[in-house]
Design a binder for this molecule. Structure first.
Ligand SMILES: [Zn+2]
Length: 591
């Protein structure tokens, strides 16, 4: 009897052990785990694992959302417990996670491949799928990812080899969310705007100074996001995720820079993200976007674990709070589509106040600074074995850098096809006019344009004074009217208001309007300039004042005569005039 009991116990132990081994099936180890947490898989191996997950589980669908310029498919995993793999069918809280926008920072790829495996194969955290649909892009910048090697991230502690920061066209995708130059970004925007995910996570590894935190993060709570969503993020999301991270041994801090680069004691700064960055883009569309930055000096295993935890705890919150979040997003969308948005000055960007700060505790490390005998510059020596908590000022108050009252609609001339195409990528509603129209619009005349000398993402940025004007203009058939009564209104304004650093004008898409294309011969202009001076006393005064203000410029015959040409009836009336029109009252326009 006793023996039988022992046999039974042994049998039970055997069954449990076998099922445990099955649950932790080594065949399901990821490439990263098999490498002893030191290596990250290439594109082919990543795709293979995604495909395996989909073959294994009916709740996983493997697909792609486009093709890269070098011909690679852009991989996408969709996890939904009811097999609802299209935006129309999904009714849950949609979470989009992305890794490899900077392929040198592959932490998110290795963390989320394990996490999805743990959910769908090992049946851990199974309840998460009750309320969430997960979309996962393991590698966004696939071409950059395959520029693989050990020397791609000089400041970073592993993995052994990794991809390269930019695309094959040398574009940084995390500057491209609004202007959408990269073919990869254009298809990403299509995916995003079809699914309209309720929460977005973008995984990175940082650069910068040494400190204790493995994970810092950025989420828009500094004025760039709808008010109610900001409160939800500050009052519900952040405290909850921070608490769980502390409990798991990964205290976090918002992503900051230091007032003086590398010098923690100089104080901390954090700013509202512009739309060109992933979290800033999402905020403009009323979706929380979480930027995870693992700390590059921590070893790869620690970073991947921190990233895994941050994403898991975010999923936990979304699983409980998803309905509340969806409701807040709906309200924010409705607010943006209503006339309410147009009643207040709209911020076109933000800058960090240099005077307002709060004191915070920051888990840094001791460091000293010596003067380099090689360069004469400061040489920072950090001592991670000597952690220290600093009490520091955090400059986190963000002030609008420029504002404008928004119109009821914009109109873009048919001939600016590139601009119309880029805006279409964002899923924005627009209506072509069937016949040419001649209407009164508000727009801007630019003065003193200045271009950046060095290219920035292949563009030369333009800063110019924008003088508001009202004028009548003719728009050809096919010109498009973009009404502002749509949820993307804030994004539209950022793209089309020239004083915004997200605008197409700032990024140089309208550079041709600043060029003079007709010129007067000097012998034609000499008599005409005299005639103009004799006939117009105001012009004569203006001329004298201009000469006094800028004597060097007026030493050149050509400059003087062109000054008169620009004030004659022969001048180009479209030069320096913004082609996009603001329509104050859309009801007056028939289209
Ligand atoms: Zn990055």
């Amino acid at each position: 009897m006793r023996l039988r009991k022992l046999q039974l116990l042994f049998y039970l132990f055997f069954i449990l052990t076998v099922s445990f081994i099955k649950a932790q099936d080594p065949n399901w180890e990821t490439y990263y785990e098999k490498s002893g947490f030191l290596e990250t898989p290439r594109y082919e191996q990543t795709v293979e694992f995604c495909q395996r997950l989909a073959d294994h589980s009916p709740v996983v669908h493997y697909t792609n959302f486009g093709v890269s310029p070098q011909g690679r498919l852009l991989p996408l995993l969709i996890v939904d417990k009811d097999g609802h793999f299209t935006p129309e069918k999904s009714s849950k809280t949609v979470l989009l996670i992305e890794s490899g926008i900077h392929p040198g920072e592959p932490d998110g790829k290795d963390a989320v491949l394990m996490l999805i495996r743990d959910i769908v194969v090992h049946k851990k955290y199974n309840d998460l799928l009750e309320n969430i649909t997960i979309l996962f892009i393991p590698i966004f910048n696939v071409d950059g990812h395959e520029r693989f090697g050990p020397y791609n991230r000089i400041n970073q502690n592993g993995p052994k080899e990794m991809g390269w920061r930019t695309t094959a066209q040398n574009l940084n995708l995390n500057r491209d969310f609004v202007k959408a130059d990269a073919p990869e970004m254009q298809v990403w925007l299509k995916l995003f705007n079809e699914w309209k995910p309720h929460f977005f996570i973008d995984c990175h590894s940082t650069d910068g100074a040494d400190y204790q935190y493995t994970i810092t993060y950025m989420i828009e709570t500094l004025g760039n996001m709808d008010n109610n969503l900001t409160h939800w993020l500050s009052d519900v999301y952040e405290p909850s995720v921070s608490k769980k991270m502390v409990e798991s041994g990964f205290p976090t801090f918002p992503y900051v820079t230091f007032r003086q680069w590398h010098d923690i004691r100089s104080g901390l700064r954090t700013g509202a993200a512009p739309g060109m960055l992933s979290q800033g883009y999402c905020a403009l569309l009323n979706r929380p976007g979480l930027l995870i930055e693992s700390h590059m000096l921590k070893d790869y295993k620690t970073r991947v674990e921190g990233t895994y935890n941050m994403i898991l705890y975010t999923m936990n919150i979304l699983s409980k709070e998803g309905d509340k979040l969806k409701d807040l997003i709906d309200k924010a969308d409705n607010y943006c589509a209503s006339a309410e948005l147009r009643k207040e000055p709209f911020p076109l960007g933000f800058r960090i106040s240099n005077t307002d700060s709060i004191m915070v505790d920051f888990k840094g490390v001791e460091y000293d600074i010596s003067t380099s005998d090689l360069t004469g510059g400061p040489w920072f020596h950090y001592y991670p074995e000597r952690p220290i908590t600093y009490s520091l000022p955090l400059f986190n108050k963000n002030i609008p850098s420029a504002t404008t009252m928004l119109p009821e609609a914009y109109i873009i001339p048919a001939e600016w096809t590139e601009i119309i195409g880029r805006i279409k990528c964002h899923g924005i509603a627009m209506y072509p006019v069937r016949e040419k129209i001649n209407i009164e619009i508000e727009t801007y005349v630019f003065e003193n344009p200045v271009w950046s000398i060095m290219p920035n993402e292949g563009h030369h940025n333009v800063n110019a004074e924008a003088i508001p004007v009202i004028m009548k203009r003719e728009f050809a058939a096919g010109s498009v009217i973009i009404p502002m009564d749509q949820p993307s209104a804030r994004l539209i304004a950022r793209m089309l208001e020239p004083k915004s650093n997200d605008s197409f004008l700032y990024w140089g898409f309208f550079n041709a309007i600043f060029e003079q294309k007709e010129y007067a011969e000097t012998y034609v202009m000499e008599p005409l300039a005299r005639k103009m001076l004799n006939n117009d006393e105001t012009l004569r005064q203006e001329f004298e004042e201009a000469k006094q203000k800028n004597p060097d410029f007026f030493k050149q015959q050509w400059n003087i005569l062109n000054w008169f040409y620009q004030r004659s009836d022969y001048r180009d009336h479209n030069k320096n005039v913004y082609p996009v029109g603001r329509i104050k009252d859309l009801s007056t326009i028939v289209y």
